[in-house]
Design a protein. Structure first.
Length: 94
């Protein structure tokens, strides 16, 4: 799994603020969605909305549907479900 530098920075800040142990920190790293998954979500969202809705609208949809406040907090297991849902939404809209 590859994390973006932004994701790594956020996790490092969270580690310090939450006083996470190294074990907890490493477990969190394993659970984060990969950069490729995040990009696929962005691409599918853009295709579904026809490019008329940006990242803010995507985050609103994620919050309302998946209880995730931002794409950057997407976990690997939820990413697969979000990708599947976006593919289905795109297919229905076609």
């Amino acid at each position: 799994m590859t994390l973006s530098n932004k994701q790594k920075a956020l996790l490092h800040i969270a580690k310090g603020k939450l006083n996470l142990s190294d074990v907890e920190y490493r477990a969190t790293l394993v659970q984060m969605a990969s950069f490729a998954q995040l990009e696929l979500v962005r691409v599918l969202w853009c295709e579904y909305t026809g490019g008329n809705a940006g990242e803010d609208e995507l985050n609103k949809w994620l919050l309302g549907t998946w209880k995730i406040s931002s794409l950057r907090f997407l976990r690997k297991d939820a990413a697969q479900k979000v990708i599947t849902a976006l593919k289905a939404m795109k297919a229905r809209a076609a």
